[in-house]
Design a binder for this molecule. Structure first.
Ligand code: ATP
Ligand code: SF4
Ligand code: MG
Length: 428
């Protein structure tokens, strides 16, 4: 019910009215995440001196595909996530980007254990407990530490519950405060996310999209999480509201030392928020690196194509990029291409790409790429850089003269890496 003493902030049409507070100049500035990141304002900095709060290793989620009819047999699997490894630093942010269907949300749902993985590990916190194998009972205390913000603020809040009930529910389930302290804590959280603390007895439909997402954020903060999985937290919002919500998340991150796995398909949004970014394609990570390496020196043809589609991101040292148009559709994750999964759309694909899967090779202090012909735009090598390491010839057939070496096994970064120019292992 609406509280007569505190009328809704935007009684006519909240979703429209919220954006209307902004002047045209404000809107234009808020549209440009790239400018915000360039200005250094609030852009999260890379933290290399802290331990990871989460280490994901060889994580897989294969959903069974069953036949129709009375006896439903498993006839295949959707390889939604297929062997990904990465780390999220304590209090830091890793961005996860890629086209629709590449496995971003599935990854988020695995980490929050809404799904149980098919294989792999997810070591969390100081004790490095493996979220992947824990029972529901074991997970209960951990669920306080790992929370999720969902994409759609219109469907992720129960319309029949008041905001107070929505935000207060985790406090009651986990019995973290006495009953008489729930309301003050709810009001405190509403204030933290920039909403009127007296609006606890209103329903979600009395709020605009941006305000609802703030309610979702307050709910995620309720139990003081150490890790927040934010699954496209601004994609459903009006562009003029997106930067406000991103800025709120950054303020909260700094204040409460929360680590983020920030899922988005928009590279511009991720650039503003995340000092490190992983790019996914069809269930695999194809490139992962610090912000400067990804945005200024991408080495994977897929990352290069994604970047070329972002109008306001310029390539460092190369001026504005030419748009790279990818041919064809993303293949089915039920029957992905052999070797490199990107090969059916890759303009550089050669014979080896169909035969041998490229490993996620570390090519810089904080830069890994999975491509046999890794290189900056216009500087891709003519011969596969991976052949010697994998013990194969240029076509990808086994080469008895070379011994394969273990590549891409560390979910973090090694102190030594493979230098593409000298084709040697080097260190800082
Ligand atoms: N519960 C499920 N059962 C079967 N297949 C699923 C299930 N959930 C997701 N998938 C499939 O797994 C793949 C990855 O889906 P996911 O939702 O993780 O992609 P996404 O990267 O988040 O895409 P989007 O950008 O559209 O949100 C897709 O092919 C999807 O159809
Ligand atoms: S491995 Fe081959 S197909 Fe895959 S991205 Fe590199 S060049 Fe393209
Ligand atoms: Mg998704």
């Amino acid at each position: 019910m609406t509280d007569v003493n505190h009328p809704p902030q935007h009684p006519e049409n909240p979703a429209v009215a919220e954006g209307a507070e902004l002047s045209t100049a404000d809107r234009e500035q808020k549209l440009s995440f790239a400018e915000l990141a360039d200005s250094g304002h609030a852009a999260a900095q890379l933290r290399t001196d802290v331990e990871p709060v989460l280490t994901v290793e060889d994580l897989k989620m294969w959903f069974p595909v069953r036949s129709s009819g009375l006896v439903r047999r498993t006839i295949g699997h959707v390889q939604a996530v297929d062997g990904i490894s990465f780390q999220v630093p304590r209090g830091g942010s890793l961005g996860l980007v890629g086209e629709s269907g590449c496995g971003k949300s599935t990854t988020g749902r695995l980490i929050t254990r809404l799904y149980t993985p098919t294989a792999g590990s997810m070591r969390f916190g100081e004790k490095q407990v493996d979220l992947a194998t824990m029972s529901n009972r074991e997970l209960k205390p951990i669920r306080r530490d790992v929370q999720m913000i969902f994409q759609d603020p219109y469907t992720s809040l129960n319309p029949r519950h008041t905001v107070g009930a929505i935000i207060g529910a985790p406090l009651e389930v986990h019995k973290v405060v006495p009953k008489n302290k729930v309301l003050p804590r709810v009001q405190e959280l509403l204030e933290i996310v920039g909403l009127n603390p007296e609006h606890y007895n209103r329903y979600p439909n009395e709020f605009s999209g941006g305000q609802r997402q703030r309610i979702g954020i307050a709910r995620a903060l309720t139990l003081n999480p150490k890790l927040l999985v934010a699954d496209e937290p601004v994609s459903a919002l009006d562009v003029s509201i997106q930067a406000q919500v991103i800025n709120l998340l950054q303020e909260l991150q700094a204040e409460f030392d929360i680590a983020f796995l920030f899922i988005a398909h928009d590279l511009a949004v991720v650039r503003h928020f995340c000092p490190e970014v992983a790019v996914m394609y069809l269930g695999k990570i194809v490139e992962i690196a610090d912000r400067d390496s990804i945005y200024g020196h991408a080495h994977h043809p897929y990352t290069q194509a994604l970047l070329s589609a972002v109008p306001d991101i310029k390539s460092a040292g190369h001026g504005r990029r030419e748009r790279i148009r990818l041919e064809g559709d993303v293949p089915s994750p039920i029957n992905p291409p052999s070797g490199c999964r990107f090969r059916t759309r890759c303009p550089l694909a050669q014979e080896i790409c169909a035969k041998v899967e490229p490993p996620l090779l570390q090519i810089g202090p904080r830069h890994k790429v999975a491509c046999h012909f890794a290189g900056e735009i216009g500087r891709h090598p003519a011969t596969p850089v991976t052949a010697g390491l994998l013990g194969v010839d240029k076509q990808g057939s086994p080469d008895p003269g070379t011994t394969p070496q273990p590549v891409g096994t560390n979910p973090g970064y090694d102190k030594e890496w493979f230098d593409l120019d000298s084709q040697q292992m080097v260190s800082a």
